[in-house]
Design a protein around this ligand. Structure first.
Ligand code: ATP
Ligand code: PRP
Ligand code: MG
Length: 281
């Protein structure tokens, strides 16, 4: 039985559930459901608070989980990041009223409000700064307005929450975070956990690449293939028309138009792009 920890709500929960569904695992019927059991697939999904996921997985109570890198590192739990999942991106940053500080080096003797005390204490130590950390559960931006802290350290996605509270980012990012797949650090993954990891890797690849097909004169095929090297090697097949071949290769989605422009200039024609529904590398 594979036991998977999933965020039950918040910024990561919908995308995590969608990614797992695309990998062929079950979902929950409503947002109040806390456990989903699938006896055919032999998996059980536990919907937990995002902050608690690294604790369960680190203890080995659950085999794998999806959480944020920031939450994993703040938990100090013996769980390891296996795969970055490409959603829920954010940075963890200091912010204060304009003019309060320019970097972490200016924080000596100040009060820093945060819900990620370990990340902040580690960063202050790295800068050799002694400051007091005010541990709050959330909505930390308000701590400055209410006079509980001089600055905050918090998750920033768009920066809207900071702006709305009259705060400005300062210093380097403490951490770049995104959703990650985690498993217990001190034991080898079961074969079912490895299958899950490969499936999620497949979902990621299918979303990051497109399939490109085109026809090209045989004498130009090397030049064209240098633009579309594929993941391993492009497939080159003969065409009925003498002296021409068809080429098929995976291309990074964000390069789609640039690669098509290059291929057209080299002499490729009938350049077609299709979505990859699923893949296993
Ligand atoms: N815009 C965002 N706001 C908050 N967290 C985000 C955002 N984008 C990504 N994340 C990530 O989501 C995770 C936090 O999730 P969430 O805010 O749902 O949990 P929480 O703060 O523990 O719960 P709650 O906010 O319900 O108290 C972190 O890993 C964080 O980096
Ligand atoms: O940069 P932004 O796009 O504004 O997003 C970041 C904000 O979102 C999160 O809050 P959340 O809704 O999780 O509440 P919380 O602070 O109580 O956890 C985070 O703690 C910031 O406050
Ligand atoms: Mg939150």
């Amino acid at each position: 039985m594979l036991r998977i920890a999933m965020p039950n709500k918040g910024a990561l929960s919908e995308s995590a559930a969608q990614m797992l569904r695309e990998a062929g695992y079950p979902g929950r019927r409503d947002s109040k459901e806390l456990v989903v059991h699938d006896s055919e697939l032999d998996v059980e999904l536990f919907f937990l608070r995002p902050r608690d996921i690294a604790v369960y997985v680190g203890q080995g109570t659950l085999d794998v989980g999806i959480t944020g890198r920031d939450l994993l590192l703040d938990s100090c739990s013996p769980a390891a990041e296996v795969l970055a999942l490409g959603f829920g991106a954010s940075t963890f940053r200091y912010a204060g009223r304009p003019g309060t500080a320019r970097s972490a080096d200016d924080l000596a003797g100040r009060r820093v409000a945060t819900s990620f005390p370990v990340l902040v204490e580690n960063d202050l130590r790295k800068h050799g700064v002694e400051a007091s950390v005010v541990r709050l559960d959330g909505a930390v931006e308000t701590a400055v307005t209410l006079g509980v802290a001089d600055v905050v350290a918090d998750v920033v996605e768009t920066g809207t929450t900071l702006r709305n509270n009259g705060l400005e980012i300062f210093g380097d990012p403490i951490l770049k975070s995104e959703a990650v797949l985690i498993r217990p650090a001190d034991r080898e993954p079961s074969s079912a956990a490895q299958v899950l990891e490969r499936r999620l890797q497949g979902v990621l690849t299918a979303s990051r690449y497109v399939m490109m097909d085109y026809d090209i004169r045989v004498d130009l095929v090397e030049q064209a293939c240098s633009l579309t090297p594929g993941l391993e090697s492009p497939t080159v097949s003969p065409l009925h028309r003498k002296g021409y071949v068809a080429v098929r290769a995976m291309v990074p989605r964000k390069l789609t138009n640039t690669v098509m422009d290059g291929l057209y200039e080299v002499g490729a024609r009938a350049i077609l792009v299709t979505e990859i529904a699923a893949c296993r590398l």
